[in-house]
Design a protein around this ligand. Structure first.
Ligand SMILES: [Zn+2]
Ligand SMILES: [Zn+2]
Length: 261
């Protein structure tokens, strides 16, 4: 038995073996006589991409033999992502992020928090006020980037033009507003951070001639021996209120105060 080797085949034959199909083996078994159509080393072309590689998935290149059409395949390595320049965006959680996307497939490749969203937590100390007395507006900010600047505005609710209170976008975190008429007023506070982001908050304040009467009287003690005086302070929310009814039940721990306007 003799073996003939090629890149693609190992042919075993006996000395007497001949072929009627176009090829034969020399009598010394040293070589094969025949047509390339039957016996050849494949001559592959340079191949074509039959499946494109993308950022994360290997592709396939297919080579075809120019003589017999046989094919073989080779993997094309995944390209990996191509990071684009970082962009700034606000996430659903309100935080500001620096985000890097792949310029090829759009996948998000990285995200870092730059700053929390600027939140305006400003307050007013009262929403009903006697005309001519102060409402104190106090700014309070969360997130964003310090330093912060504040702007305060007011207008009658029925008007459209805002008027500025104090310095616009100054550093005063508190300002007083005294409505001069009995009316509803709108107050607007805008906070601005070092990056120029702004956050707005609106309030409605009612200025009245007189505050509704509320009883803010106090007693100095709620337990006392019979016959002993109880220190007490009769107070109402109006500037003028004239009638007090002070009723102490002779029962320990119980008292009742009423102020009548
Ligand atoms: Zn071939
Ligand atoms: Zn990609």
């Amino acid at each position: 038995m003799t073996a003939l080797r090629s890149a693609n085949y190992v042919l075993y034959s006996s000395p007497s073996m001949t072929s009627s199909s176009g090829w034969s083996i020399t009598s010394d078994n040293s070589s094969l006589i025949g047509s390339d159509d039957i016996w050849h080393d494949h001559s592959y072309n340079s191949g074509t991409v039959t499946q494109k590689a993308d950022c994360t998935t290997d592709g396939v290149r297919t080579y075809t033999c120019s003589q017999c059409g046989a094919t073989k395949t080779e993997a094309i390595s995944a390209t990996g992502h191509t990071p684009s320049a970082a962009v700034t965006e606000t996430g659903n959680d309100g935080k500001v992020y620096s985000v890097v996307y792949c310029s090829t497939c759009g996948d998000e490749l990285g995200r870092t928090v730059i700053a929390d969203e600027l939140v305006n937590n400003s307050t007013v100390n009262k929403t009903t006020v006697t005309a001519g007395t102060n409402v104190t507006i106090t700014s309070s900010v969360e997130g964003g980037t310090a330093p912060y600047y504040y702007a305060y505005y007011y207008k009658r609710s029925t008007n459209t033009a805002w008027k500025t209170l104090g310095t616009e976008f100054g550093t005063n975190s508190s300002v007083a507003f005294a409505p001069t008429a009995e009316a509803y007023f709108d107050i607007k506070v805008i906070v601005k951070d070092a990056d120029g982001n702004t956050a707005e908050k609106l309030f409605s304040v009612q200025a009245v001639a007189e505050l509704p009467l509320t009883n803010v009287s106090v007693v100095g003690r709620t337990s006392v021996n019979l016959g002993t005086a109880i220190p007490h302070d009769r107070k109402g929310s109006r500037r003028n209120f004239s009638i007090y009814l002070f009723l102490l039940l002779q029962e320990k721990h119980k008292y009742k105060l009423e102020a009548l306007g």
